[in-house]
Design a protein. Structure first.
Ligand SMILES: [Ca+2]
Ligand SMILES: [Ca+2]
Ligand SMILES: [Ca+2]
Ligand SMILES: [Ca+2]
Length: 325
């Protein structure tokens, strides 16, 4: 049984008795994101070998599991990873939940496109993201880590997943048809046997790099396997902007929106956790694509008034959403 505990900021945690427990065989993915934009964090719970839960935050310390009501509960039977990101660039944060394709009830990775009223449409198959390419080495694959980011900085979000069963990580790039697997990326590795992935700009050059956690050799004995860092060496003429949200404890679930001189706007939700046992930094990175400049940045942190920065001149901006700002 899972537990939800409130942190009072002084090192004391109090259980929300009976709330957000989502009983299942094994919970491997927990994602906190404000899906209905009402100023509180909702919770997606991904279970292995059992149905998933989606808890709407009622704002009073209680949660309501709406997964069965809206049909997201049975879309992923072998969930290891869940990620939040705006897949279709309409300003509403969508969900990616990994799954296997190994012949049980599993139907492949789910992509829940947010309609804005806490209902979703699973477009995983339509977008080409539901199944892995069996030519990559196995038909039995499970993604333990996932990320929705604009890895090539061309102005649209791409998708990365890391899998096990000694298969490499998989990278989808957005095309006019949907998403297609890209195999020639410079940071592609073999025999990853990944059990988690985190996403951030490790070398501080303005693009998203990846850290992959790996299982040790042997089925039951955890021989050490070092982390792998996948440095992103994207060569692009597109401009970019990196936005750090501080203080870090107010960043989880914050919506960061940039408006550009052309091509409209882009929105990201800062994730608390990423896939299985991984955490991302409180940083948003946007590629501007065909746009030439950012006209404004808007950061909406949970429980804080929006902070708007007009006409930023730097490629790296730190936005303070705290009371002392
Ligand atoms: Ca909410
Ligand atoms: Ca969306
Ligand atoms: Ca892209
Ligand atoms: Ca980088």
């Amino acid at each position: 049984m899972n537990r939800a505990e409130l942190n009072d900021g002084a090192g004391v945690f109090t259980e929300l008795a009976g709330q957000a427990q989502c009983y299942g065989w094994a919970t491997l993915a927990t994602l906190l994101v404000d899906l209905d934009r009402d100023g509180d964090l909702d919770i997606y719970v991904g279970n292995d070998l059992f149905y998933d839960c989606l808890y709407r935050n009622n704002g009073d310390g209680t949660f309501t599991d709406i997964a069965a009501e809206i049909g997201t509960d049975k879309s992923s039977i072998s969930a290891m990873a869940a990620s939040a990101g705006d897949i279709d660039n309409d300003g509403l944060i969508d969900l990616l939940v990994s799954d296997s394709t190994n012949g049980d009830e599993s139907i492949g990775n789910a992509v829940f496109i947010n309609r804005g009223d806490l209902t979703f449409e699973n477009k995983g198959r339509k977008l080409g993201l539901s199944v892995f390419d069996s030519s990559l080495g196995s038909e039995t694959m499970f993604a333990w880590g996932s990320g929705i980011f604009d890895f090539d900085l061309d102005g649209d979000n791409d998708v990365h997943m890391v899998t096990h069963v000694t298969v490499e990580e998989v990278f989808w790039q957005r095309t006019f048809k949907g998403f297609e697997i890209v195999n020639e990326l410079t940071f592609r590795l073999l025999d990853v046997d990944g059990r988690g992935s985190a996403y951030g700009d490790i070398d501080n050059d303005g693009d998203i790099d990846i850290v992959v956690a790996r299982r040790g050799d042997g089925a039951f004995i955890a021989d050490p396997a070092p982390l792998q860092i996948l440095r992103n060496d994207t060569d692009t003429p597109c401009k970019r902007i990196k936005i750090d949200v501080v203080p870090p404890h107010l960043a989880p679930g914050a919506h960061v929106t940039i408006t550009m001189d052309t091509c409209g706007s882009q929105t990201q939700s800062l994730e608390v956790g990423s896939g299985y046992s991984s955490v991302n930094p409180s940083t948003a990175i946007f590629g501007l694509g065909a746009a030439s400049r950012v006209e404004s940045i808007k950061v909406e942190a949970i429980g804080r008034p929006p902070v708007i920065i007009e006409a930023p001149t730097e490629e790296h901006v730190v936005v303070n959403v705290g009371p002392e700002a």
